[in-house]
Design a protein around this ligand. Structure first.
Ligand code: NAP
Length: 290
């Protein structure tokens, strides 16, 4: 008996030998990762399928240990579990340890290994979609949550010269900066309040928007349009319809991109961890755009 999986172009089928990858989040209904990964498995003819699991926080430990018990290949981890899940895996990759969050689990030789592919996914997408080099540049990061930590790690690992973190809650921005200053002593670090006076856009090569502002239609831009200028590139992690910040960047003629590329690349890196195969990035992007 086989069952055809909805949303799987190419006719992915579930059989007795099919290997399973899951998504642990709460909620997960909104996630586009199942379409993206199932399209990639089908394109490469891999007998895998990707299944979303809505896991409430108090069931996370049991769900993670269940991955091992069920023999699944691995999982993605999304809001609100990326930090808590660290306590439940057996090992962490260096990036996951640095960022303090896991977005990908691999069940390998009986052990659950936690990875974070958001940082490298961001770096690839930022370079590809804005054409701006990270090495030697100064960057402004908006936000101090899990995504901002991945972006800050990517910038530091990518050779940036300086990073300023601007957040609604200034103490949280300061804590983030203190954590990374210890690991990357040569960078110029600073923390500012998002509502306070920001250094001129001319001090930066790029601004990366990593708050949740822009996820809801009608959200304002977290930066005044008048702040944008010079050659500062704008990357907004929010994906979907262009945010107010991206519309302002377009109006002012500065290079800009939304977070779809990061979603594709973090997914492609996870795909390779699970399957050992190079991910069909164009297929994954097309599945998200469909
Ligand atoms: P998070 O840990 O909950 O952090 C949320 C951040 O947004 C915090 O810095 C918070 O500031 C700030 N914020 C929330 N509401 C705000 C408001 N009204 N005004 C100003 N700042 C506000 O979330 P996250 O996991 O970092 O995710 C952040 C965004 O990145 C989300 O939109 C998510 O979808 C996106 N993301 C995209 C990708 C991708 O692949 N493209 C990957 C990961 C995440 P406070 O600290 O002051 O509360």
């Amino acid at each position: 008996m086989t069952a055809r999986l909805r949303g799987s172009p190419g006719g992915l089928q579930v059989r007795g030998a099919t290997r399973v990858v899951g998504l642990l989040g709460y909620p997960v209904r909104h996630s586009r990762s199942p379409e993206m990964h199932n399209a990639a498995f089908a394109a490469l003819g891999l007998d895998f399928c990707y299944v979303p699991f809505a896991v409430p926080p108090d069931a996370l430990k049991a769900a993670v240990r269940g991955l091992a018990a069920l023999g699944v290949v691995g999982a993605n981890v999304t809001i609100p579990h990326k930090e808590l899940v660290i306590s439940y895996v057996d090992e962490l990759s260096p990036e996951a340890r640095l960022i303090g969050a896991v977005n990908t689990i691999h069940h390998h030789r009986g052990r659950l290994i936690g990875y974070n592919t958001d940082a490298t996914g961001f770096l690839r997408a930022f370079r590809e979609d804005t054409g701006v080099a990270v090495r030697g540049g100064r960057f402004l990061v908006l936000g101090a949550g899990g995504a901002a930590r991945a972006v800050v790690a990517a910038l530091a690992l990518g050779g940036a010269r300086g990073v300023t973190v601007a957040n609604r809650s200034l103490p949280k921005a300061r804590r983030l900066v203190a954590r990374f200053r210890r690991a990357f002593t040569r960078l110029d670090w600073s923390a500012v309040a998002l509502s306070g006076e920001l250094p001129s856009s001319r001090s930066f090569r790029g601004v990366i928007q990593a708050t949740s502002v822009g996820m809801a239609p009608g959200d304002p831009s977290p930066l005044p349009a008048t702040w944008l200028g010079g050659s500062v590139a704008v990357y907004d992690l929010v994906y979907g319809a262009p945010t107010a910040l991206l519309r302002a960047a377009k109006t002012r003629g500065v290079p800009h991109a939304g977070g779809l590329g990061m979603l594709v690349h973090q997914g492609a890196l996870a795909f390779t961890i699970w399957t050992g195969r190079r991910a069909p990035v164009d297929v994954m992007r097309a599945a998200l755009l469909a």
